[in-house]
Design a protein around this ligand. Sequence first.
Ligand SMILES: *[C@@H]1O[C@H](CO)[C@@H](O)[C@H](O)[C@H]1NC(C)=O
Ligand SMILES: *[C@@H]1O[C@H](CO)[C@@H](O)[C@H](O)[C@H]1NC(C)=O
Ligand SMILES: *[C@@H]1O[C@H](CO)[C@@H](O)[C@H](O)[C@H]1NC(C)=O
Length: 277
Amino acid sequence: MFFVLCISVVLGFAAGQLRTEPAKQYYRELGCTELEGETNAYNCSSLAELSETKKCFHNHKSYKVKDVIKGDDIGYPCAYECICQKGYKSKNANWQCVHIECPDLFNPPKPDCIRLYTHEKCCSEKTYCPATDPPMPHTCEYKGVSYVEGQKFVDGCKNCICQKGFNGTLVEPFCKPITCEFYLHYSDYIQDGCVPTYYEPNDCCPVPIWRCPQESDVVITQKNIEDQSGLKCKFGNLELAIGNMLSPSEENKCVECSCQVPPHLTCLMNTTCYSQH
Ligand SMILES: *[C@@H]1O[C@H](CO)[C@@H](O)[C@H](O)[C@H]1NC(C)=O
Ligand SMILES: *[C@@H]1O[C@H](CO)[C@@H](O)[C@H](O)[C@H]1NC(C)=O
Ligand SMILES: *[C@@H]1O[C@H](CO)[C@@H](O)[C@H](O)[C@H]1NC(C)=O
């Protein structure tokens, strides 16, 4: 097993390239900032506030068990209400949220009609039927496709809505980064020093498989990576130099975690392995 791992590491990093995706999405979601003078390392000192495991956190505020947040306090239009609860599996408190399910999920628009959205509301409140409705005053062009005002489109990890003034740049108020609601769903894992797994490197959000520190964890050293930065990833009690891998866990053998973009490990699903098990 160890031999096989070494081979795959050598192949995986043969060109010496590190996978900086999905780390960018991950650190943005966590609220870590780029480390000064480094392009591939982050400062996660803001996570220190999570050390109170008997509390829930959201938007840098802490809440006690039984506290409820709603609406604008949550800030995600599709999350209706969250209550801070004592955890079951882990002893940490975490949020239990109720989400809005839009009727349009079960109810497609009339043929040739388009649902219209705003960033503030989870569900569409209007549809536009180009064949019968008067023409829209504003349209947006993006990558050769034309959208009407209020129409949604997605590019990479950005959710966009066509609005007056859009010039092709994916910035607010037109586009917002897709949020994975890390703090609402996974704060107990984050508090325990666990890292999420991404199915594909450029996915916006992880799959809900978290790799948590275990006593049996060891570092798998990768000899032919030359890293001069001296930056390290921390995982449980381990320190990993850039390019080093973590031993796979018994529960999820196909999840490969390595130090790519410090200070946290980057975990990716090996999809070949996953499809064989
Ligand atoms: C990280 O950020 C915090 C607060 O923003 C700052 O005080 C600290 O010096 C930074 N650490 C490093 C290593 O840059
Ligand atoms: C497009 O709009 C953004 C802000 O909405 C602005 O920063 C950018 O300079 C504009 N680009 C062009 C090519 O006009
Ligand atoms: C992924 O898993 C397959 C099958 O277990 C293995 O042969 C391959 O080397 C792994 N890929 C990487 C990049 O580790």
